[in-house]
Design a protein around this ligand. Structure first.
Ligand code: UT7
Length: 324
């Protein structure tokens, strides 16, 4: 028998305020045509004043708990991925834990920027597979609007706010690819690339929060190569083929990166879940948001094979194969 981390439910939350490309034209020298052609983004949600990452995370968590039809108190592990925590410390995960009335188990944040959800899911999976926890809440939540330089048109048009969450439960499988649950995960990082995507502030350097800085073209170039590599690795190690994948749910940074990766892997466009058009890049929240959207609109069904992948600051990147 093999312990598998089975997804019991998913949920998401988006701030009410929606900002279109036309709205951005009043802030910076940009236009709808450029943004849509270069990124595929048409709109993004922006947290209102006082609306924090933990608030978005709590709403997404409640939706996932309702979808899983479980009692919040049965959760003994919370792993929350964010690069935009409410406070330098304590973790946003512990705030979610308190808001849900959970007093047992452990809660902590992981920081891998846009790959954060893949890192958080992998971490939780390893806790469940080793029997260290039984039910995990895994969240990706961000308020990137707070770290954007709203005078920099090369970055401020790309990102949005939001949160997504899944509930995982350790269940016994037989150890084959037919099992429900997370079949494999792959994490990578290469710390030499800090200058290509980073925030120019922090408690130990400037004692400020700082603003996001990105060499877009360089990140794009690395993303296409690294993402194809991590997906190839996932398929190779699991002995599966791209044709076995029911749904490809990539990190939603840029429609062109998603299309190029899907094409390189030979994944049919009809199997690709796209939310970047309506959400923009929500960093660690993008994959759980897309998973929740596709689960609730009836696309992802129990037993189907889902491939997720992401690449972000660090650089960090990774993938996971999940039998829903
Ligand atoms: O989630 C973490 C990972 N992040 C990513 O994966 C992002 C990866 N990178 C990208 O998605 C793309 O590189 C961008 C969307 C950021 C940029 O697209 P690009 O095709 O690489 O454009 P570019 O940076 O080469 O800029 C082309 C032109 C420039 O003008 P010149 O120098 O050619 O005259 C820019 O100044 O477009 C200009 N430009 C804009 N024009 C209108 C840049 N931003 C804008 C804008 N509106 N918002």
């Amino acid at each position: 028998m093999t312990l598998r981390s089975v997804i019991l439910g998913a949920g998401h939350y988006l701030p009410k305020k929606c900002m279109t490309n036309a709205d951005l034209m009043s802030l910076v020298d940009t236009n709808d045509e450029w943004i849509v052609e270069r990124t595929g983004i048409r709109a993004r949600h922006i947290a209102s004043e006082g609306e924090t990452t933990s608030m978005l995370a709590i709403e997404a968590a409640k939706a996932a708990i309702a979808d899983a039809k479980i009692n919040a108190n049965s959760i003994d592990l919370i792993v929350l991925a964010t690069a935009t925590p409410d406070y330098t410390f304590p973790s946003t995960a512990t705030q979610v834990q308190a808001a849900l009335g959970i007093t047992g188990g452990a809660a902590f944040d992981v920081q891998a920027v846009c790959s954060g959800f893949v890192y958080a899911l992998t971490t939780a999976d390893n806790f469940l597979k080793t029997g260290s926890a039984k039910r995990a809440l895994v969240i990706g939540a961000e308020t990137f609007s707070r770290i954007l330089d709203w005078t920099d048109r090369t970055t401020c048009v790309l990102f949005g706010d939001g949160a997504g969450a899944v509930i995982l439960e350790a269940q016994e499988g037989v150890g084959t690819n037919a099992d429900r649950g997370i079949l494999c995960t792959h994490l990578r990082s290469d710390g030499r690339h800090l200058d290509k995507l980073y925030v120019d502030g922090g408690p130990s350097t400037t004692m400020t929060t700082g603003h996001l800085r990105m060499e877009g073209k360089e990140v794009f170039r690395h993303a296409v190569v690294n993402l194809a590599e991590t997906v190839d690795e996932a398929l190779h190690r699991s002995g599966m083929a791209a044709s076995d994948i029911s749904w490809f749910v990539p990190h939603q940074a840029n429609r062109r990166i998603i299309d190029a990766t899907a094409k390189k892997l030979g994944i049919d466009p009809s199997k690709v879940v796209i939310t970047v058009d309506q959400h923009g890049n929500t960093s660690a929240a993008s994959i759980p948001l897309a998973l929740s959207v596709a689960r609730h609109d009836g696309r992802i069904k129990q037993g189907e094979l889902v491939l997720i992948e992401a690449m972000g600051g660090g650089f960090t990147w990774g993938s996971a194969l999940i039998r829903w």
